[in-house]
Ligand binder design. Structure first.
Ligand SMILES: *[C@@H]1O[C@H](CO)[C@@H](O)[C@H](O)[C@H]1NC(C)=O
Ligand SMILES: *[C@@H]1O[C@H](CO)[C@@H](O)[C@H](O)[C@H]1NC(C)=O
Ligand SMILES: *[C@@H]1O[C@H](CO)[C@@H](O)[C@H](O)[C@H]1NC(C)=O
Ligand SMILES: *[C@@H]1O[C@H](CO)[C@@H](O)[C@H](O)[C@H]1NC(C)=O
Ligand SMILES: *[C@@H]1O[C@H](CO)[C@@H](O)[C@H](O)[C@H]1NC(C)=O
Length: 343
């Protein structure tokens, strides 16, 4: 009986120990969406088609990856190191024997002869190709490696921001030889408003700031951000607790989290107040008009107290019924068994 009572009490009271940012009176605004390499589930990643598809989701920023070609032109490609073209282009057919070369072995012109979309239609990595129209499939089959300039033109025209990693920056030998330098120069030349660039690469941040003032400086580390007087974080969602996100937002820090593809995770970050998320699945998240669940604390208390009361009543009811049944059973058996007993 004691065990039973203790276990029941624990079950009945456990809702008190549950806390969630989605049990709150105020729901923060919906986080904005950032397209991770465009809309990589709907079109081949890091192609102009992919970025265009992400604009259909209303993304506020494109996320991409920048590398420098042999002729120091920034281009967009995620994989890096040797064989960086193998996964997403037809380098094996176009450049026989050069599929293990590095980014600095190809000129931009060479890169732009590659097909960077056919792999997507052929391998269908997200089982999404069947959802594309005939026209889109034809276009997906005819994508190449974009230059950063092309994406800047699109971003400028459509008032979309840009955030990117510099894949090879660690190997630079000084600011004026660096990927940061050539990238900042390309941004400057494009004429895009500098506040549309969320500058993330930390290596030459201060030099870049001198050459191209007005960029939005984004940090992947809280200490570094505060030390530098910044107010914009870009972090993996699992590196910040929902409480930390709320606290940062109270201090007016913009918080972008990557990579968020699931509705439940997006809901949780929404309740926590995240400013934006980088996503592969903008087509799923764009249609959410509220988190999957969000309860006011009074409602939550109401639900669990009613559930407790109903189950308590049921338990007592069962208990009484069982007692009565046992009683009747004992009466019946004792009446009936009396004459059967040997005298
Ligand atoms: C950068 O340098 C490291 C070693 O210092 C090397 O392993 C890596 O392949 C280099 N990356 C590129 C893209 O050159
Ligand atoms: C490829 O680039 C590296 C430097 O990144 C250079 O050392 C090497 O000679 C180049 N190879 C060819 C075939 O151009
Ligand atoms: C492929 O795209 C290029 C430029 O983006 C265009 O000039 C060409 O006509 C397209 N080819 C096909 C077969 O659609
Ligand atoms: C561009 O976007 C910003 C928000 O990022 C907005 O404040 C501004 O009004 C937009 N400008 C135009 C011309 O749409
Ligand atoms: C955050 O910004 C709002 C409005 O701009 C301001 O009222 C508030 O004092 C700021 N909070 C902090 C902690 O700076």
């Amino acid at each position: 009986m004691l065990t039973f009572l203790v276990v029941s009490a624990a079950v009945f009271l456990c809702p008190l120990a549950i806390c969630s940012p989605c049990i709150a009176n105020n729901l923060p605004p919906k986080p904005a969406l950032v397209g991770h390499r465009g809309a990589p589930m709907l079109a081949p990643e890091n192609t102009m088609l992919s970025f265009r598809k992400s604009m259909e989701c209303g993304v506020v920023a494109f996320e991409t990856d920048v590398q420098l070609s042999k002729d120091m032109k920034p281009f967009l490609m995620h994989d890096n190191g040797p064989s960086f073209l193998l996964r997403t282009t037809d380098v094996k057919e176009k450049f026989l024997g050069r599929d293990a070369d590095m980014h600095a072995n190809f000129t931009l012109q060479e890169l732009q002869t590659l097909n960077a979309g056919e792999w997507f239609v052929r391998t269908d990595p997200f089982q999404s190709v069947s959802s594309l129209s005939k026209e889109e499939k034809r276009e997906a089959n005819n994508q190449t490696v974009p230059s950063l300039s092309e994406l800047l033109v699109m971003a400028k025209k459509h008032n979309v921001s840009l955030i990117f990693d510099l894949k090879n920056e660690k190997n630079s030998t000084g600011f004026h030889n660096s990927d940061s330098y050539y990238t900042a120069e390309t941004i400057e030349k494009s004429g895009i408003s500098p506040d549309k660039i969320w500058w993330l690469p930390p290596e030459y941040r201060h030099d870049v700031r001198k050459v191209t003032p007005g960029l939005k400086q984004v940090y992947n580390n809280v200490q570094e951000m505060y030390a530098d007087g910044g107010s914009f974080l870009n972090m993996k969602y699992s590196f910040l607790s929902t409480h930390e996100i709320s606290e940062l937002r109270k201090n007016n820090v913009s918080v972008n989290l990557w990579v968020v593809n699931e509705r439940w995770l997006f809901s949780l970050l929404w309740c926590s107040g995240a400013s934006s998320v980088t996503t592969n699945a903008c087509h799923i998240l764009k249609s959410m008009s509220k988190p999957d669940w969000h309860l006011e604390p009074n409602m939550y208390m109401g639900i669990w107290i009613s559930a407790d009361v109903i189950s308590l009543l049921l338990m007592f009811g069962l208990f009484l019924w069982q007692r009565r049944r046992n009683h009747v059973f004992h009466q019946n058996t004792s009446e009936r068994s009396v004459p059967l007993l040997p005298r």
